[in-house]
Ligand binder design. Structure first.
Ligand SMILES: [Zn+2]
Length: 636
């Protein structure tokens, strides 16, 4: 009995050095399953170590981890659970809540119980009584208890209070009431080392995990450092690159299967443009750190955003391939954002999808199968807008009816550099072609807008100079909120352009478009979309949102801003320019409809196979007349 220790002495002996979770895991945790079984090594998932260790800060009471899938998030949090179980000396407890009973069985059998059996320090305190280690409840010799329940199980959630509560897969819970109740179980421990942990891939709009993130005192993003230039950056989807992406609209010719199989994708450093393959990405993440969006000295609740691509278990090419495969389906794209970008559907990117999704669902076929025409009976005027890119021209042709009801008729791509004449010749040919009307009449594009902003302004001016008479207009966007929809700007003597430009008030135009997009029934302003228009066009069309702000004089002004940085908006611009030129034309709809009727009757009266000189002749005359009108406008 002389050698028996008194309780105080036991406490002193037990008071060994407490390691942070990441180091505790390296010493104790062994993974049986997963991509890399064996002893836990932080370098295999460097970003997770920071999340695990944040929990050891005494002032941190709530931790929220909003993550993509395959990020090793649950295992990281269970390391903290193991550490607490190991270091705990008194009657201490934890509650783990999963989405459903199936998950409980899976997590308990494959992760939590193996963690206790395989970690030397925890195995030493495992109860010899098998009843103390079940998938619903684990009781260690020290008195530390882990209860495992699921979101609809009343039993486990109705019991005691808990110091540690882990809500895993939060956005998959069938009952949020129980999650709230489980949260409340920590209240008794408010000043006694309470730890509330919420972890999930985001799901629906305003889902629990994104709400929890919003309620955090501080949110952390991970900064990766480029192995080539040392530049730090938050890795975002905008910097992912793959073969075929640059040469077409939206990368539809890129082959996701080949990208996945041959690992063809890369991440491009935003500072030096160097290409990160998976190995370089791993090095960049290994050198990285979590950075608070706004520093807070002793935060109570901390949030971490952990997209899949920070995880070395996920290849860059897999992420790209999945995005390409999801691109044309709103549902799949939503899942991609949740699971890979780790972004909630109410986030910026998602906002863009919701609006685009609604328009996308409205696509339909207004022509019978096999019909040669695309311009429907009600439309009586065609316009086109041209966007100049470094490697292509994009043309959008729209049909218009009374009250600016409109149809997207065609989106056409002319590949090649605008520095080459051949590209412009092809454009001219396209703009001069005939379009068949439902009535049998033939229409030509009445007016064309060519965007002159960008790198190839001089080439555009050359094209415009000899085509003004055909009402092919150079366009420049004016983003001032007071700018009128259309205003001519004459070239001054000093300027090199020598072409008048139509300045388009983009704010005014986008306001109108925004209202049109909300219309649900055909009529003035309604937008008709053809059944074959890809989802990406809709995303571009909905890529901006209005922002009302006061300027420095206190006057309220409207701006249109991109919903997500790097979002493409070509289709929106092309629609704005089409609208600008048709409104500038100020069409006499009565006359247009009458002309079209007459032309249709004339065409029907002629032999089907014969050319139609009469129609073409009338067109030429009409254009000449308008040319005079245009010249007088220049003088006036
Ligand atoms: Zn770099």
């Amino acid at each position: 009995m002389i050698y028996a220790l008194r309780p105080a002495e036991i406490r002193i002996l037990k008071k060994r050095e407490q390691l942070p979770t990441s180091r505790w895991a390296e010493q104790n945790r062994v993974l049986r399953k997963g991509p890399k079984p064996g002893p836990w090594r932080n370098h295999r998932n460097p970003a997770m170590a920071g999340v695990m260790d944040a929990l050891c800060q005494p002032w941190v009471r709530v931790l929220v981890l909003m993550k993509g899938i395959q990020t090793g998030g649950s295992d990281g949090i269970y390391n903290f659970l193991g550490r607490e179980a190991d270091y705990s000396t008194g009657a201490d407890n934890a509650l783990v809540v999963l989405a459903d009973e199936k998950s409980v069985k899976k997590h308990a059998r494959k992760r939590i119980i193996p963690m206790i059996e395989d970690s030397a320090s925890l195995a030493a305190i495992k109860s010899p009584n098998p009843d103390d280690t079940t998938i619903y409840s684990i009781r260690l010799q020290t008195g530390f208890t882990i209860e495992i329940g699921w979101s609809t199980s009343q039993v486990s959630l109705a019991s005691d209070s808990y110091r540690i509560v882990i809500l895993d897969e939060l956005d998959k819970y069938k009952s949020i009431v129980n999650a709230k109740e489980a949260e409340g179980r920590t209240n008794t421990y408010e000043d006694l080392g309470k730890k509330l942990i919420k972890i999930s891939s985001p799901g629906e709009e305003d889902g629990p995990i994104s709400k929890a993130m919003e309620e955090c005192d501080v949110i952390h993003d991970y900064i990766a450092y480029c192995p080539d230039c040392g530049g730090g950056q938050i890795m975002t989807w905008d910097q992912f690159r793959w073969p075929g992406q640059q040469t077409l609209d939206g990368g539809t010719a890129a082959d996701p299967r080949a990208i996945r199989r041959d690992r063809l994708g890369w991440y491009q450093c935003e500072h030096c443009d160097s290409r990160w393959d998976d190995l370089k990405r791993n090095r960049a993440v290994a050198a990285g750190e979590w950075r608070p969006r706004t520093p807070v000295a002793r935060p109570y609740a901390v949030g971490f955003h952990f997209p899949s691509w920070l995880s070395p278990f996920v290849s860059i090419s897999t992420i790209i391939a999945e995005h390409l495969e999801a691109k044309d389906s709103p549902e799949a794209l939503r899942a991609w954002y949740n699971n890979r970008a780790g972004l909630p559907f109410s986030g910026v990117a998602a906002d863009e999808i919701t609006a685009a999704e609604e328009l996308f669902r409205r696509r339909y076929q207004w022509w019978p199968d096999g019909a040669p025409w695309r311009v429907p009976a009600r439309a009586c005027l065609l316009t086109a807008a041209v966007d100049i890119q470094d490697n292509r021209l994009e043309v959008k042709v729209m049909a218009w009816a009374r009250g600016f009801e409109n149809w997207t008729i065609s989106k056409h791509l002319i590949p090649g550099s605008p520095a080459e004449d051949a590209v412009w010749e092809q454009l001219d040919e396209y703009l001069l072609r005939d379009w068949l009307h439902e009535s049998g009449a033939r229409l030509r594009i009445a007016t064309v807008a060519v965007d002159t902003g960008g790198h190839h302004t001089q080439a555009a001016y050359r094209f415009l100079r000899c085509r003004l008479g055909r009402r092919v207009y150079g366009i420049k966007g004016a983003s001032d909120s007071d700018a009128p929809l259309c205003r001519w700007s004459m070239p001054s003597r000093k300027q090199r352009r020598q072409v008048p430009l139509l300045f388009v008030g983009t704010v005014a135009a986008k306001n109108d478009l925004h209202a049109w997009m909300k219309k649900e029934d055909p009529g003035p302003g309604f937008m008709h979309f053809p059944v074959d228009l890809p989802f990406e066009a809709f995303q571009q069309l909905c890529s901006e949102r209005p922002l009302d702000q006061r300027d420095k004089h206190g006057k309220k002004r409207r701006y249109w801003v991109k919903k997500s940085a790097g979002a493409r908006n070509e289709d929106l611009d092309l629609t704005v320019y089409n609208y600008a030129v048709v409104s500038y034309l100020n069409p006499n709809w009565d006359k247009l409809e009458a002309n079209l009727g007459a032309q249709a009757r004339a065409t029907l009266g002629e032999e089907e196979a014969a050319p139609q000189p009469s129609a073409a002749g009338r067109k030429r005359k009409a254009i000449r007349k308008r040319k005079t009108g245009y010249a007088s406008k220049l003088k006036g």
